[in-house]
Design a protein around this ligand. Sequence first.
Ligand code: 0X9
Ligand code: ZN
Length: 437
Amino acid sequence: MTSFLHLVIINFVVICSSRAYVTYDNYKVYRVYLDSPGKVNRFSKIHKLIPNLDVWNENVADKSIDVMVPPEDQDEFTDSLSSYRIQQEVFISNVAELIEKYSEASYSNRLGGEFNWTSYHTYEQIVGWLESLTQTYPEKVTKVVLGKSHYGVDIVGVKLVLNPNATRVAIVEGGIHAREWIAPATVTYILNAFLTSGLERVRNVAESMIWYFVPSLNPDGYNRTFHEDRLHRKNLQVVNGSNCSYFTGGNGIGTDLNRNFDYMWIEADGESPCSVAYAGPEPFSAPETRAMKALVEQVSDSLDLYICFHSFGQLVLFPYGHTTDPVDNYYEQYAIARMAADELEAYNGTEYFVGNIAEIIYVATGGSLDWVKATHGTRLTYGFELRDQGQYGFLLPPDQIIDTGEETLNAVMVLVEQLFRLDLLTFTHPSGQGSFT
Ligand code: 0X9
Ligand code: ZN
């Protein structure tokens, strides 16, 4: 064989293998208890030594974090934890098994069929469904293209107007993090309920505002979670001069879109291109964040409610991420979030915590929620970390979509109802206006 041909074959193998589906064989997720500042510091040291750890979540309730560790690093990881007297337990013993187990059910709708909430759907299917709504409800649903992803895919949302007299705007964002599959599924669930529910309460809420639903703000990343790496988190923009292709999971190529908005950008984290929360080379460097910026700017005068859906952890969060200092309308945001969470819990007992991002989860900057609040003063701005509390994490089985959708719909209804009650409270104020019927 000529050496040229040899090279071609080697290149071909390298290219193919780098594109193969990442399997996560024997990757484990550990719950690691960091119940003192000293332990948090010691954990950072371990993280520096083993860069390919993927912190899936931080749990306020028991001061723990969930960390995915590749098989080759597991001994070093657990030995280091023991030497620092940090407790741990295995939460998911083989990530690949979970991905496999649910892939059949999760991907079952790939080849067409009715759109439903018993399986997860590809980006193409979601867009197909949104387009079908514009045909079924031409007077009520309009397709909105917010912009294009890095790979040139249309970022598609819909505008829903059920009552021509509605003047106030709500934006519902989902899927900014690719692997959080329950987020787009919940956005489409709520949109569907608004269009089809026979319940008066749901109809009232749906009719009271002009809605923009954007189920998946990160189409490239989301596509990648179906075809290459189920645990990809960021977009797919490669940073010049960096090689992150050895990293998997949330780490590796791309910009974390929820660190790329221009408020307190890069103050907290996100400097290293291969890290799980890389903030990008500059604010709004990602076309996906610029697309959302454009939509928000277009409606900002009437924007009263902004909701973004993430997973996981069961939290209702509100600004800010850079400080635990209370936001201007802290008590309003807090009380309404708690009411929403109470109603969510009442539906089937799913427990939620509520609070300011920096206080209840971790310090994080450049998120969409903070940018919307700080730049446009939107009255109610909430981020949901949907189910679960780490049992399945990002790999939430599809048989939980409907319950998640229904309980979350209950919470969203409270947010809207209370938004209009705020108006009643401020009716004596000259600028007070109310339109909820
Ligand atoms: O780190 C994040 O961006 C969010 N957590 S996640 O595990 N989904 O990545 C927390 C930041 C603020 N959260 C929301 N806006 N929901
Ligand atoms: Zn997220």
